[in-house]
Design a protein around this ligand. Structure first.
Ligand SMILES: [Zn+2]
Length: 161
């Protein structure tokens, strides 16, 4: 939360009377709904597996409305999805979404990007960056500079400037 709020105009406050809010719970796994669903909205951070600031930032960015970076509408220019290596019932995680991308370049360093072996069936890569296959992907240290920039654009953080 601090990593996001210190770099954007998005602030996290304890809920008092708000009708729509995040209910952060240690359920099974690390997950969030996409964007504001209205009312009470669970965001799961299992203990201790999800207790990493980058993992939490990833889930909060889902709640703020962001899909996985490799699901961007323009991703085919930047990564190859190796469908034959993906666990069959996880293929939906690699579908493209009709994102507008906020005039921002593709970000291999995004905290929203999967790693190259995500949902691999046989240990082979499922995502290969291009043209340079060795560009690191899948960091979970925290939001990248571009992640913060995109939050600032989506939430009109510079609207008064
Ligand atoms: Zn995710």
């Amino acid at each position: 939360m601090q990593d996001i709020s210190s770099g954007t105009c998005v602030k996290f406050v304890p809920r008092t009377h708000e009708g729509s809010f995040l209910d952060i719970q240690p359920r099974y796994g690390c997950w969030s709904f996409l964007g504001q669903t209205g009312g009470s909205q669970t965001l799961s951070l299992q203990t201790p597996g999800c207790m990493w600031s980058g993992v939490a930032a990833h889930e909060f960015m889902h709640a703020l409305g962001f899909v996985h970076e490799q699901s961007r509408s323009d991703r085919d220019h930047y990564v190859t999805i190796v469908w034959k290596n993906i666990v069959p019932d996880q293929m939906h995680n690699f579908r493209k979404q009709a994102t507008n991308n906020l005039n921002s370049p593709y970000d291999y360093n995004s905290v929203m990007h999967y790693g190259r072996y995500a949902f691999s069936e046989d240990g082979g890569p499922t995502i290969i960056p291009k043209p340079d296959p060795y560009i690191p992907i899948g960091q979970r240290d925290g939001p990248s500079a571009l992640d913060l920039h995109k939050i600032n654009v989506l939430y009109d953080c510079g609207a008064n400037e």
